[in-house]
Write a protein that binds this ligand. Structure first.
Ligand code: CTP
Ligand code: CA
Length: 240
């Protein structure tokens, strides 16, 4: 079902994709988590492989099984582990796609043993510290090396009284400095988050840092993945 141009658009390219939600430990048995099925990241990995790329999937917590396809998969748990694994893999990659849901904050420390309910002391208070912005860090590293690497971010946005989805997305694209930002439109037509998280269908806008018009894509996560890969192929072709 793929013509050869589409199938070979990433041949010889190394693509790193992050997927799933990071888990930030509180104690040996508990964590703070981020709701992310990992489906979009996995679909991207398969689409990139279909397009001829050598793919490394860096997977945090997934709510779906990994495909049996011959992908190189690295499992991580926390944002800091995701950062270390992604930076290392990105150093030799042509394309990096940050589809993971990275926890913005982590507990400032994890207890070495299970937190117990105790009647003789106050209930625990959890102090959070900010996790690094992995995507922005990847852009800085790429720029410092002067490497020709395409970096793609993902974002789920809703509009509110201060701006619409596009306003927020364009500001985020600017802040992160990535080349493409794939924006999931949450709350479209009164739909709630349950229409996005874990579902098989998506409605996205692909924003480009070069200022070209946003490209809409709609349908299954596989269809969105193919649209994102197609956009990446076009931009990589423009490098050469
Ligand atoms: N991201 C990241 N590191 C973080 C947070 C997010 O690399 N600490 C990446 C995500 O993988 C995604 C992109 O940045 O590709 C946008 O994530 P998002 O959560 O929308 O951005 P934030 O900067 O965290 O903004 P917000 O306050 O809206 O959550
Ligand atoms: Ca965030």
């Amino acid at each position: 079902s793929h013509d050869s141009a589409e199938s070979l658009g990433l041949s010889g390219k190394r693509v790193v994709i992050t997927a799933g939600g990071t888990l930030e430990p509180l104690d040996p048995v508990r964590y703070l988590g981020n709701r992310s099925s990992g489906k979009q990241g996995i679909a991207l990995a398969l689409a990139a492989q279909q397009a001829g790329a050598t793919v490394t999937l860096i997977a945090a917590h997934l709510e779906v099984a990994l495909p049996s396809a011959a992908l190189t998969v690295q499992r991580v748990e926390t944002a800091l582990e995701l950062q270390a694994a992604t930076e290392l893999a990105a150093d030799t990659a042509d394309v990096v796609i940050m589809a993971a849901a990275v926890a913005d904050f982590r507990p400032d420390h994890a207890e070495g043993s299970k937190i117990k309910k105790r009647d003789d002391s106050a209930d625990p208070v959890i102090t959070l510290v900010r996790n690094p912005d992995i995507l922005a860090g990847l852009v800085s590293r790429r720029n410092a090396r002067g490497a020709r690497q395409l970096i793609v971010g993902f974002a789920a946005e809703t509009g509110d009284e201060r701006g619409d989805v596009l306003d927020y997305a364009l500001a985020k694209l600017e802040r992160k400095g990535c080349d493409l930002l794939v924006v999931n439109q949450v709350g479209q037509d009164g739909q709630g988050q349950e229409k996005v998280f874990g579902q098989d269908s998506n409605q996205v806008l692909i924003l480009d840092r070069d200022g070209s018009a946003p490209v809409p894509a709609e349908g299954s996560k596989q269809a969105v993945a193919r649209a994102v890969v197609e956009r990446i192929v076009n931009k990589i072709d423009a490098f050469q």
